[in-house]
Design a protein around this ligand. Structure first.
Ligand code: HAM
Length: 424
């Protein structure tokens, strides 16, 4: 029997890698414009890190983590907790009070696989640690929006505030009291959540629970003065930067560490409404993990979802990677000098392909076409004896002779010059 990849784990094949590379390059470029530095963390962490940061009553921790129970370790389901662990462990704030960090890599959640939802997926994650000003929230959100804009994607931005340890607990009590009166209308999950994680009831997708949520009290009405002012200033700063958004008082996010500003970049183009990216503030998290009392805010975007959305909204096929030149050596004596020439062309930066099989010219030209070679240098026994090759423009099919004289390095240099002048 053939061995296949595990359900929810996917290969990213060469014909779609162009989109991934483009997204990653654009993200690095934009993140660095905002002064962000890359950090890479291990994929495995102590399970306790995720339980303490994401929260024991969340779906991620309750049922989605890939955990090696006997070893007490888990494959990271997200990046924020690991970045905070690294930040605290290496005392990064001592060198630089405000840290701007980003990472790109695989995450693991045992969810039901479907379009844009995998068990191994990839995130672009950006965090600003050590700054609490509302303009920081706006700047970070604007950075995410800039990436989406530069990728040519249209998504909508939704915003909410989840308050802080001053205003959220009394709100939760009010919410629980309200939900207890509506128990009969709630789905089984929400009946349980009423006592384990009542805020989650507000973003349940089931119609009956949604109807209850519509009538539920809103945290935005009871934010404490500090949170209320912070949220107002975030909205003001976003407006100043020309970033459109919509307030969604039902957005609660699936991870427990959030405080104050939360946001999601949403699309309906991937089936049901899906978040291509999401994030928020987590002002108590670092202290809760044993670090200094510093605030933080960040977001993560799903690379699979960005790539799918690009395919959907843009439709353009990315140009397949092209070779500068293909060397078609015909006959035994031409093979050794051609392979030396190929090596020298590569040393001097040209994307070069060569066929060692000694196949017919027709077969080799076909191969050059498949590899998207712009030119083919044909070197047969006779040409080699005369010290020349035939340079063929693969698009126009025009052919010129090319002198194979001087050292291999000189030949390669001249050939690259000729390709450049022909392309110009
Ligand atoms: P999250 O909302 O759990 O937040 O995930 C962020 C993004 O990752 C989602 O919007 C989605 O695009 C992508 N994503 C999540 N799960 C999957 C999956 N199973 N398959 C494909 N894509 C997925 C976080 O992870 C937070 N750490 C974000 C954050 C950073 N908050 C503050 N800083």
């Amino acid at each position: 029997m053939k061995i296949q990849a595990i359900n929810g784990f996917k290969d990213i094949l060469p014909d779609s890698i162009g989109r991934w590379q483009l997204i990653e390059q654009r993200a690095r470029d934009i993140f660095e414009r905002f002064g962000m530095q890359e950090i890479r963390m291990p994929i495995l962490e102590k399970t306790e890190l995720f339980v303490r940061s994401i929260g024991s009553a969340t779906d991620v921790v309750e049922k989605e983590m890939y955990t090696f129970a006997d070893k007490g370790i888990t494959m990271r389901p997200e990046a924020t907790a690991s970045i905070m662990r690294a930040f605290i462990e290496h005392g990064l704030h001592v060198q630089q009070p405000v840290q701007r960090l980003y990472t790109i890599g695989p995450m693991f959640r045992h969810e039901r696989p479907q379009k844009g939802r995998l068990r191994q997926f990839h995130q672009l994650d950006a965090e600003i640690i050590g700054a609490a000003e509302p303009r920081i929230d706006a700047e970070l959100i604007a950075m995410g929006q800039m990436l989406l804009d530069e990728l040519g994607l249209t998504v909508s931005l939704e915003l909410n505030s989840l308050g802080c340890p001053v205003c959220r607990p009394p709100f939760k009590e009010r919410l629980v009291a309200f939900l207890e009166q509506q128990t009969d209308s709630l789905c089984d999950d929400c009946k349980r959540r009423t006592h384990t994680n009542p805020l989650r009831v507000l973003d349940c997708k089931k119609p009956a629970c949604r109807a209850v949520a519509q009538e539920a009290p809103s945290l935005l009405d009871v934010l404490c003065p500090d949170c209320d002012r912070h949220f107002q200033e975030v909205r003001q700063a976003l407006t100043e930067l020309g970033i459109p958004f919509r307030i969604n008082r039902f957005m609660v996010r699936g991870l427990d560490y959030y405080t104050r500003t939360t946001f999601e970049f949403l699309t309906t183009d991937l089936g049901a409404q899906a978040a291509v990216g999401a994030g928020g503030r987590y002002d108590g998290l670092i202290e809760q993990l044993g670090g200094p009392a510093l605030s933080g805010i960040g977001f993560a975007m799903g690379l699979e979802r960005l790539a799918l959305l690009m395919e959907q909204q843009d439709g353009r096929t990315l140009p397949a990677s092209a070779m500068d030149i293909f060397l078609a050596a015909l006959g035994g004596t031409a093979l050794a000098p051609c392979s030396q020439l190929a090596h020298s062309l590569r040393q001097q930066g040209a994307k070069t392909a060569i066929d060692y099989s000694g196949r017919s010219l027709k077969a080799q030209l076909k191969q050059a076409g498949r590899m998207n070679a712009r030119y083919t240098l044909i070197v047969g026994e006779d040409e080699w004896m005369r010290g020349e090759g035939i340079l063929r423009n693969m698009r126009t099919q025009e052919q010129h002779s090319f002198a194979l004289t001087g050292s291999v390095t000189e030949q390669a240099r001249r050939l690259i010059d000729v390709l450049r002048t022909m392309a110009a």
